[in-house]
Design a protein around this ligand. Structure first.
Ligand SMILES: *[C@@H]1O[C@H](CO)[C@@H](O)[C@H](O)[C@H]1NC(C)=O
Ligand SMILES: *[C@@H]1O[C@H](CO)[C@@H](O)[C@H](O)[C@H]1NC(C)=O
Length: 471
């Protein structure tokens, strides 16, 4: 109290000019401080709170979770196959319109051919044996049995082994990565990957959440726990489709654990800068940081991005609103399920496939591979829970979600495939991903990059990781 009085006295003891100098300096100092604080805040690595969750059935009973990792084997039975065949035999088809190709959806005349192969040529038992050629596991996280593959590279003395998680999307599965896996576990200039491939909860062999709200943030937290449980404190992550959002969320939650993020699907951000660059980018691309290739892929903007998105996103609207209604039919009819899933493998590989009588399906994929992916949904009955992931992620305004407002500071690589659903120029990606180490215009390929162009994607992941490792 006395000291305060003393201070006050000495302050008022100064003359007016001296007082003004003192006040002026104090204001300048405060302003400087605020600016410095703001500058530091801008550069500060912001993260998303990890949070917590529990998605098991009913009340959460035991407090401590079983943290053991159990080997898992994909199995089938004669009954499972007999049931499939009976349902296939009872399917009803509506004739396609004349000359319509895939414009109205899956051409049912061609569908009959696919189904006939499924019924008479496709050997599920053989495919199950093939699925089991890599080691599968399950472990309980947040009340759910989480399925994953964990593949180590062959042991070599002078080789650096880097952990890498690959995350699939919809309507894909862990199987999308079967061709890229051996390319990544090989030695490349002394580097090889130890690969972990989980199934998103509600997809394939991962248990479906029993409670509402399981979105990409929850999936991301579950996968971070999985990596921790496997003993990895630092690792790379890669994904397309939902996988790109989940891996991005992982980088936002634990930037210290994610050494690098590689995605083959960049969602164009929204906002004034994007709107403005969309409008002037065609005429003054250099002003907004567009390359010639960006211009080629983006314009005519209305046709390629607005109209195309409307034409192709009906499924999204259904799945983001009433997934259980449409899902009920798909979960009862293998033929309906195959049409629904495989139509995406046609159009999302190349939109021009809509004009082909057979949707161009077998140009890039074999029926064995396509039907194996369908069978992962069919035998696990997971189509409904896989569709619900849209609802959980699109419940509120996606632009208001914490992850869309959080920048990403971990080293990022983006592989832009020419037939991807939407093109995201580097200058747009940079608005969110603040540390892009590599951005590649891929020469060919579409949405299912790992499934369609495993070598191209593997090469891009490897060059990205080599760039990051050299730092
Ligand atoms: C559907 O596909 C078959 C080939 O399987 C083709 O002959 C037929 O013309 C196609 N129908 C339409 C409407 O495109
Ligand atoms: C890994 O590849 C590099 C060159 O790419 C080679 O020098 C090295 O000997 C290889 N290591 C093994 C164990 O094969």
């Amino acid at each position: 109290m006395q000291r305060l009085q003393l201070l006050k006295d000495s302050f008022f003891g100064l003359d007016v000019v001296q007082q003004q100098v003192v006040i002026g300096s104090a204001v300048a100092l405060a302003a400087g401080g605020i600016l410095l604080y703001a500058a530091q805040r801008r550069n500060k690595v912001k993260t998303i709170p990890i949070g917590e969750g529990w998605w098991g059935a009913g009340e959460k009973t035991s407090l401590s979770e079983d943290k053991k990792v159990y080997p898992f084997t994909v199995k089938t039975s004669d009954e499972e196959i007999k049931d499939l065949h009976e349902r296939i035999d009872k399917s009803r088809y509506a004739d396609p319109l004349e000359e319509s190709g895939f414009q109205y959806g899956f051409n049912s005349t061609y569908l009959k051919k696919v189904v006939s192969y499924w019924r008479n040529g496709f050997d599920w038992k053989k495919q199950v044996a093939m699925l089991n050629k890599y080691p599968h596991f399950k472990t309980k996280i947040e009340g759910l049995d989480v399925h994953f593959l964990h593949v180590r590279p062959p042991h070599r003395a002078d080789q650096k082994v880097l952990p890498l998680m690959l995350v699939h999307g919809w309507p894909g599965s862990f199987y999308e990565f079967y061709k890229i896996l051996p390319l990544l576990t090989q030695n490349h200039s002394g580097v090889a990957f130890e690969v972990v491939i989980p199934s998103i909860p509600g997809y394939g062999f991962s248990e479906a959440p029993h409670k509402q709200g399981f979105n990409s943030l929850a999936a991301s937290r579950v996968f971070l726990t999985l990596m921790e449980r496997l003993g990895f404190s630092q690792f790379y992550v890669q994904g397309g489709d939902w996988g790109s959002l989940i891996t991005t969320n992982m980088a936002q939650m634990k930037p210290d654990c994610v050494k690098g993020l590689h995605i083959n699907f960049g969602m164009p951000p929204r906002g004034f800068k994007v709107l403005l660059s969309t409008m002037i980018g065609r005429y003054l691309p250099f002003l907004v940081g567009f390359s010639k290739e960006d211009v080629r892929r983006l314009y005519p903007y209305f046709e390629k991005n607005v109209w195309e998105t409307l034409r192709e996103s009906g499924y999204l609207h259904i799945q983001a609103t009433k997934p259980d209604t449409a899902g009920c039919g798909l979960n009862s009819s293998p033929v309906g399920l195959a049409a629904y899933i495989l139509e995406k493998f046609s159009t999302w590989t190349d939109r021009k496939n809509r004009d082909l009588v057979d949707g161009g399906l077998e140009r890039k994929f074999s029926l064995d591979d396509l039907l194996t992916n369908v069978m992962i949904y069919w035998t696990t009955g997971s189509i409904v829970s896989s569709m619900r992931f849209y609802k959980e992620n699109l419940k509120g305004d996606p632009n208001k979600r914490i992850d869309s407002k959080t920048e990403i500071f971990v080293p990022t690589g983006l592989a832009a495939f020419p037939h991807e659903l939407m093109h995201c120029p580097k200058s747009w990606a940079q608005l969110r991903y603040r540390n892009i180490h590599s951005y590649s215009f891929m020469p060919r390929g579409g949405h299912f990059a790992a499934f369609e162009e495993p070598q191209l994607l593997a090469d891009d992941i490897i060059q990205f990781v080599q760039k990051v490792e050299k730092l």
